[in-house]
Design a protein around this ligand. Structure first.
Ligand SMILES: CC(C)(COP(=O)(O)OP(=O)(O)OC[C@H]1O[C@@H](n2cnc3c(N)ncnc32)[C@H](O)[C@@H]1OP(=O)(O)O)[C@@H](O)C(=O)NCCC(=O)NCCS
Length: 160
């Protein structure tokens, strides 16, 4: 199994823990993102569409692109996503954090964030920021993100 997972998701993949345990969910920074699947995921969480060619370039120019996949030996399905921009040394900013509604509430968003921060930490990035949508601020603050003084959108994580 681990050879298959390495083949599909790359050597940096991480298995997620899920309450049901019936499906295997995998985080990967190596598996290529299918842009149509990404568009479907963004549709599912209610984000407005961006032209695919611009999304392709945005991903190419990102520091880190992470997919959360429902494992299937033939056709893994993209059920979560996050990406980072930045210099990869001092600063990074996290964008487009999403978990498909069918998979929300199972701790996957949190595991996605931990995975992203673990990668950035391994690069010794010193400061990570993100712009939280108003309804999601608590999702980040309960994970230890420091909110900007007005406590609304912007949050920071600093390397210890
Ligand atoms: C925000 C999002 C990524 C969370 O993913 P998820 O898999 O449902 O989150 P988790 O199950 O890991 O939740 C972890 C904790 O955060 C809490 N949480 C989840 N969504 C939350 C929200 N919108 N506001 C406040 N707390 C939230 C959970 O209750 C859970 O708390 P617990 O640890 O005390 O049980 C997901 O709801 C999503 O994709 N939303 C739509 C897109 C979006 O708004 N993205 C963020 C853009 S800034």
């Amino acid at each position: 199994m681990s050879e298959l997972l390495n083949h599909l998701y790359g050597q940096h993949h991480r298995l997620c823990t899920t309450p049901a345990g019936q499906v295997t969910l995998v985080l990967s920074r190596d598996r290529e993102i299918d842009l149509i699947e990404l568009e479907q995921l963004c549709d599912a969480v209610g984000w407005s569409r961006r032209p695919i060619r611009r999304v392709r370039r945005a991903l190419q120019n990102s520091l880190l692109v992470v997919g959360l996949w429902r494992h299937d030996a033939r056709l893994p399905k993209l059920v979560g996503f996050a990406r980072c921009t930045g210099d990869g040394i001092v600063d990074a900013t996290i964008w487009d954090v999403a978990v498909h509604p069918l998979y929300q509430g199972a701790g996957l968003g949190k595991q996605l964030m931990v995975y992203v921060l673990d990668v950035l930490r391994s690069w010794q990035v010193e400061r990570v920021s993100l712009f939280a949508d108003p309804g999601v601020v608590d999702f980040y603050s309960t994970q230890g993100w420091e909110l900007e003084p007005k406590q609304r959108r912007c949050a920071f994580w600093y390397a210890p």
